[in-house]
Design a protein around this ligand. Structure first.
Ligand SMILES: C[S@@+](CC[C@H](N)C(=O)[O-])C[C@H]1O[C@@H](n2cnc3c(N)ncnc32)[C@H](O)[C@@H]1O
Length: 242
């Protein structure tokens, strides 16, 4: 049984409520801290994932757990008709909405608030889906995955990125040091949310990664599921089809 790690360890509120509050709290610093803490490498991970969905020339794309929309904007390079950014935190998406205006892309990229575990879309709606660093935050992972599967059209492609732990023992020790001490300190300093960047390593440790996550994806219907470690294994890229 997977341990449920929550942002504020508050027994009286669901993980979902706490996750929404946390991302609302850190939204003003999210993009800045992402670039700083990943040294800008996160941009290359999203590019790689978008390259995978390019092959089917998707017209309707959904970016689940879109946050401030970086994956959704990256998908614009595929010249889609519509990109839907979907997230539980309006605080995060408000920055996405602002960026869409600045990029003159607000007629293509729309942001819809909602829960990935209960999406307001018909079956088989989307040609392609991206999810960046979102699945780890779901309250019920399998309900979220079943919903993701439902809204995809048969043959559609899904690209998921998630933070992971390197397998090499030496790299893993450095990563653990960075992740447990440096990242929470820098995160706390800039975001003013004492827990957000401690929840990050805790939730990564509790999340099933690599082959374990592949098995869960397959159990939920996804086909051709493959995964590969990126950047010494600090990120995992999962690719699949419905
Ligand atoms: C770490 S951020 C990732 C944002 C963006 N995808 C990126 O690549 O930077 C995780 C996002 O997942 C969203 N999220 C978490 N649980 C969710 C749920 N059940 N439904 C929708 N969004 C959710 C959070 O609100 C947050 O914006």
């Amino acid at each position: 049984m997977t341990k449920i790690v929550t942002p504020y360890n508050d027994q009286n509120r669901s993980k979902k409520e706490q996750v929404e509050e946390m991302f609302d709290n850190i939204a003003h610093r999210y993009d800045f801290l992402n670039r700083l803490l990943s040294l800008g490498i996160d941009v290359t991970w999203r590019k790689k994932a978008v390259k995978f969905i390019r092959a089917i020339a998707p017209k309707k794309i959904i970016d689940v757990a879109t946050g401030t929309g970086d994956f959704a904007f990256e998908a614009l390079s595929l010249k889609p008709e519509k990109v839907t950014g979907f997230d539980i935190s309006d605080g995060m998406m408000n920055y996405g909405r602002q960026k869409a205006k600045e990029l003159n892309a607000d007629h293509i990229v729309e942001f819809i608030k909602g829960d990935s575990e209960k999406m307001p879309f018909a079956d088989n709606t989307f040609d392609a889906m991206t999810v960046g660093f979102g699945v780890r935050n779901f309250q019920n992972l399998e309900i979220g995955l079943a919903e993701m599967y439902r809204v995809m059209r048969p043959g559609g492609r899904v690209a998921i990125l998630e933070v992971s732990q390197p397998h090499n023992t030496i790299i893993r020790s450095f990563f653990s040091l960075y992740f447990t001490y440096i990242l929470p300190t820098v995160g706390r300093l800039f975001s003013k949310d004492a827990r957000a960047y401690s929840y990050l390593p805790e939730s990564v440790k509790a999340f099933p990664e690599g082959n374990a996550f592949v098995a869960i994806l397959e159990k939920n219907g996804f086909k051709q599921v493959k995964w590969q470690p990126l950047t010494l294994g600090i990120c995992a890229f999962y690719s699949m089809e419905k």
